[in-house]
Design a protein around this ligand. Structure first.
Ligand SMILES: *Cc1c(COP(=O)(O)O)cnc(C)c1O
Length: 429
């Protein structure tokens, strides 16, 4: 007989990125409100990460909850193969409206990784349809993170990234050095980064379908920030070498860098752009891969090879589309870009003006961009125990390697933002 008491003691849930031998039982979340979630037993924690950067409206936002309920009453799901529905059509139009000009076509999928897989397949097939089948590899950047599926692992940083174990299993792509010029660097300073990119393109452009990047903010690979001039320079290089430019805005999209999209800082349009995380306000998993007319129109033709052979079961799910539409409406009506600017002011003041923090021997750098801030430690061990310690102060922090960061929900107040930065700074006091 199965032992029910044992089953409840050791849950069959397998947690991500966890060492099964040393992991402790995960705290159980029973609800949430605004930027806080509540644990079994009543403890509440201010979420400095907004659940891997997606819960931009915080928890249990009444308008988002109602949007899902309303849609559930009408139509929970229907396939997008050969059929369509209003929420998908309306969301696609909204995404075309708010993204950089020229991105006029929207392919839905169910997660950021799959959205990137779609982007890469689209780029390869585009080159094939134009009679350039040799251009079937990607050019990615060191420190990149584009997701955990096989195609995405192959374009993550192959050395410092978390997937080096799978090297033998993955296809080989090209990599350029991660940009080193900071966000506010002068164009002359960015030249060295662009020269490195040009070098790889000169050698390998005949094999390269697309250059992929997380524009301005390489997130999971160490919160590396760079300049809008780098994006503009990359755009020019892609045109020069006949390579598509793909922006993975899964993390940077929807305000994280201070503008609606990172591309907006440089006033450029990538050929393909991927959105996920904040797309639905985090309330349901979904993603969108947007393409320009130039990419889309290459798929208009008579041969069987012209069809794009991809179609996730849950693409364009009506519940996800309905909540994404509501998320966008709230974002605009409640001036989230204004709120993000206020959070940025607090982050800069509390972290960048703090000389003792910057001079601390365990701290190598402190960076702020939009509603993102990171304290880079010398070694991961310098952050050992920080999550437990932050929890005692009522804050949920979860560092990545040697990077102690915050990407709060945009409904976080200035006072709550300071509560988070105090905990981050106190760790180094
Ligand atoms: C999180 C993330 C992904 C992967 O998204 P999933 O929904 O977890 O598959 C891809 N790219 C970037 C930049 C991300 O931050």
């Amino acid at each position: 007989m199965r032992d029910a008491t044992h089953a409840s003691a050791a849950s069959p849930v397998w947690h991500p990125y966890a060492h099964l031998k040393t992991q402790r039982p995960a705290p159980k979340v029973v609800g949430g409100e605004g930027p806080r979630f509540t644990l079994e037993g009543g403890e509440t924690l201010l979420d400095a990460t907004c659940s891997w950067w997606c819960m931009i409206h915080g928890y249990r936002h009444p308008r988002l909850v109602r949007a899902i309920q309303r849609q559930a009453d009408t139509l929970c799901h229907v396939m997008l193969g050969g059929l369509t529905h209003d929420p998908a059509d309306r969301l696609a139009r909204e995404l075309v409206r708010i993204t950089p000009p020229g991105l006029n076509h929207v392919f839905f999928s169910d997660s950021g990784s799959v959205g990137m897989e779609v982007a890469m397949k689209m780029a390869v097939q585009y080159q094939q349809l134009r009679g350039r089948p040799g251009k079937h590899r990607m050019l990615s950047l060191m420190k990149a993170y584009h997701g955990d599926t096989a195609g995405c692992m192959a374009v993550c940083d192959p050395e410092e990234g978390m997937h080096s174990l799978f090297a033998g299993y993955l296809p080989r792509h090209h990599f350029a050095p991660a940009p080193t010029a900071p966000f506010d660097a002068k164009p002359e300073v960015v030249e060295a980064d662009l020269a490195a990119l040009r070098g790889v393109l000169e050698r390998h452009h005949h094999q390269i379908a697309a250059l992929l990047m997380e524009p301005l903010l390489q997130a999971a690979g160490g919160l590396n920030m760079t300049s809008p001039h780098y994006l503009a320079g990359a755009r020019e290089l892609c045109d020069e070498f006949d390579v598509l430019l793909v922006f993975d805005e899964v993390a940077t999209g929807f305000g994280r860098t201070g503008r609606m999209f990172a591309a907006d800082h440089a006033d450029i349009t990538p050929d393909i752009m991927v959105l996920s995380k904040g797309l639905t306000g985090g309330y349901l998993g979904h993603a969108a891969t947007l393409a320009t007319d130039r990419v889309h129109d290459a798929f208009v033709g008579d041969s069987p090879e012209h069809a794009f052979m991809h179609g996730p079961t849950f693409m364009g799910n009506p519940l996800a589309c309905a909540v994404a539409l509501e998320s966008l409406a709230v974002f605009e009506e409640e001036d989230y870009l204004g709120r993000i600017a206020e959070l940025n002011t607090v982050l800069r003041h509390e972290l960048l003006d703090e000389e003792r923090l910057i001079a601390h021997p365990a701290v190598t750098d402190v960076r702020v961009l939009g509603a993102t801030a990171v304290i880079e430690a010398r070694r991961a061990e310098d952050l050992a125990g920080v999550a437990d310690w932050a929890r005692e102060q009522g804050v949920w922090l979860r560092p990545i390697g040697r990077w102690l960061y915050t990407m709060p929900a945009y409904v976080t107040s200035a006072q709550e933002m300071r509560q988070i930065t105090e905990v981050m700074k106190d760790w180094f006091r």
